[in-house]
Write a protein that binds this ligand. Structure first.
Ligand code: KMT
Ligand code: NI
Length: 172
């Protein structure tokens, strides 16, 4: 895992877009984000039991598995959105970037690689992209039934109850 401020420069979303300014993991914690590095799925099982993540599935995002819809999916994942539940991702292979909004509404880019597990709280604005390898194999964990409906950012999501609770919990 490596976190840094997104450079906001034009260019393919899959490029690193590293401004050169690192973000400390303690700042991610302040945004309500948890990060772990687990060598094996047994460690993930332990976390899942502890946090009561009852469901999971796996997704492989790559041209090989998605074919013609790959580019479309990559663009879709990159639309800024929130969820009304935690988003929990464990990288099984490959890598990718999650961009999360800072307190000042700037993008923090989090690079995840094999073995990284990240938990984003309900209500945080974020987006995802593969990197130049075009290959992310990830486990998605859920508390209850898979519920990952993305709510794209707009006037509605700014008024969303989970968004308000998120901001309140962050002291905003
Ligand atoms: C998301 O919410 O954008 C995703 O789940 C992306 C695929 S998991 C790395
Ligand atoms: Ni999401």
């Amino acid at each position: 895992m490596k976190a840094y401020w997104f450079d906001n420069l034009p260019g393919d979303q899959r490029l690193p877009h590293d401004s050169g300014r690192e973000v400390d993991p303690t700042y991610l914690a302040k945004l309500g984000i948890l990060h772990y590095h687990y060598p094996d799925v047994a460690s993930v099982d332990a976390l899942a039991a502890q946090r009561q993540y009852k469901n999971r599935d796996e997704i492989t995002i790559s041209p090989a598995t998605m074919g013609d819809v790959y580019e479309e999916k990559v663009k879709m994942f990159f639309h800024e959105h929130l969820h009304e539940d935690e988003e929990i991702r464990y990288i099984l292979d490959g890598g990718g970037f999650f961009d999360v909004r800072s307190e000042g509404d700037d993008w923090v880019r989090v690079r995840l690689e094999k073995g990284d597990l990240m938990i984003m709280p309900a209500g945080i604005y974020h987006r995802f992209t593969t990197d130049e390898q075009n290959y992310t194999k990830a486990m998605r964990l859920f508390k209850e039934d898979p519920k990952w409906t993305p709510l794209n950012r707009g006037e509605e999501t700014d008024k969303n109850q989970y968004r308000k609770e998120y901001l309140k919990a962050r002291g905003a």
